[in-house]
Design a binder for this molecule. Structure first.
Ligand code: PLP
Length: 426
């Protein structure tokens, strides 16, 4: 139930009470929602002997939220040194980390090798060579999978499709086949599996079925060519219902049509969900600064903008938006915009919303994933607070960035230019 009487709630906390404690805009997350989602995923994969959930840290990387993942037995899918360090700082084990990402830097690889992470998901042949060379020089061994780009259309927004040819991610089946000898020659890294991630906010299990079938053929091909793998990472991508009309990812079909294929493979199965775990656990709470009427339209101008939540501006995302207090059954049609000086800084166009006044607060729903983690300080707005709710309690899990934090790397630097004169006869 979202409203208790006319007050919007998260778990047992009335959100209107939180705006008296925290300063808007702020994100608020439900611990129970995260735990419930992890339970659902565990039950989806429960018939597979060895399955492993690696939460995709990029979806939301707050250390307190990562702690919840860790307490619930979930590992991490990371794409940078920063994400590795966050997960470890939260109490996670390096041996529970899968390192994906198309541009792994040498320094990041060295850190991961020294920490002995679970596996690298390698996205190119040069990357495999780089990891091997670094492992050799450090005298360590590492495990890796190749991320396959199966050329499957995930039927999602084109900017969050990652598994078709032409996307920068992974390698083609063809490239893998052409490099079998090279793979066998890499002395310090063990090729243990395949991985894939075909897109985000996917709704249909068929997409996974098609991709897994392609990978299944490739596994047989590898076997015929003397390579036995033991791991398949099927990526993340399970969509959530931003419309709130009971239209989430089709897990029933996934259980019927995909799980049996995975089971038959008799491999360790990894999945890397992000949005499904954290997406609808979070809301962005914001104040209506102005109600502006122009050109026959009514604009709600908020104190949250695309700096706090970018998905509307970059992916045309549509989130439900509701007032913290329903004051009237009457509705008004509004465009909802932020304070940022960009024409794309909108959260909704022509949206019916229960009657609100200036100074009221509203919630932008389902902003837990790719919300705070993608936020930035454009227009010199400071990063906002994050709050965690559990039952009837709430706590700050990220304080608001201060102006001093914002500028600290720009002051007290050397006040002279370094000489870079061109030397002709070098
Ligand atoms: N794994 C990889 C490699 C990704 O790039 C992403 C997201 O882009 C994810 C997992 C998580 O995706 P989602 O949040 O849609 O589950």
């Amino acid at each position: 139930m979202l409203y208790k009487e006319n007050f919007l709630v998260i778990e047992n906390v009335i959100l209107k009470d939180l705006v008296e404690v925290y300063q808007t805009p702020f994100y608020v997350y439900s611990k129970k929602s995260i735990e419930d989602k992890i339970k659902i995923l565990k039950s989806v994969f429960s018939s597979i002997d060895n399955s492993f959930i690696a939460y995709s840290v990029k979806a939301e990387s707050n250390i307190s939220l990562l702690k919840i993942m860790i307490e619930n037995g979930v590992g991490a899918d990371v794409v940078s040194l920063g994400e590795i360090r966050r997960f470890i700082k939260a109490g996670g084990k390096a041996s529970d980390i899968v390192f994906s990402g198309v541009g792994k830097k040498e320094s990041d690889i060295i850190y991961a090798l020294k920490a002995s992470i679970k596996q690298f998901n390698v996205e190119s042949i040069p990357e495999a060579l780089r990891i091997n060379n670094l492992a050799l020089s450090l005298n360590v061994r590492a495990k890796y999978s190749f991320r396959i780009n199966p050329n499957i259309d995930a039927h999602t927004h084109k900017k969050i499709t990652t598994g078709t040819h032409g996307d920068k991610f992974g390698i083609s089946v063809q490239t893998l086949k052409e490099n079998i000898d090279l793979i066998k020659s890499l002395s310090n890294i063990d090729f243990i599996g395949l991985s894939m991630h075909i897109g985000s906010q996917i709704m249909s299990a068929d997409v996974y079925m098609n991709a897994v079938n392609i990978v299944k053929e490739l596994i047989s091909y590898l076997k015929e060519n003397g390579i036995n793998i033991d791991t398949l990472d099927i990526g993340g991508g399970y969509g959530i219902d931003y419309t709130r009309k009971d239209n989430g990812f089709d897990f029933d079909s996934f259980k019927t049509n995909v799980i049996p294929i995975l089971k038959d493979l008799k491999l360790n199965i990894i999945t890397e969900p992000g949005r499904f775990i954290i997406g609808d656990a979070g809301m962005l709470i914001t104040r209506i600064e102005y109600i502006k009427k122009e050109w026959g339209k009514t604009y709600l101008i908020l104190d949250a903008g695309m700096n706090n939540y970018m998905r509307t501006a970059i992916y045309d995302a549509r989130n439900q938006i509701k007032p913290l207090i329903i004051k009237s059954d009457n509705t008004m049609k509004v465009d909802i915009a932020g304070p940022i000086c960009e024409s794309t800084d909108f959260f909704a166009y022509d949206r019916e919303i229960n009657y609100v006044d200036e100074g009221d607060y509203i919630a932008i729903f389902d902003t837990g994933a790719y919300g705070a983690s993608m936020s930035n300080t454009y227009n010199s707005h400071t990063l906002c607070e994050q709050v965690l709710v559990s039952e009837n309690k709430h706590k700050l899990i990220r304080s608001r960035q201060t102006f001093d934090d914002l500028i600290k790397n720009e002051i007290n630097l050397q006040d002279h230019f370094l000489d870079n004169t061109y030397k002709e006869n070098l």
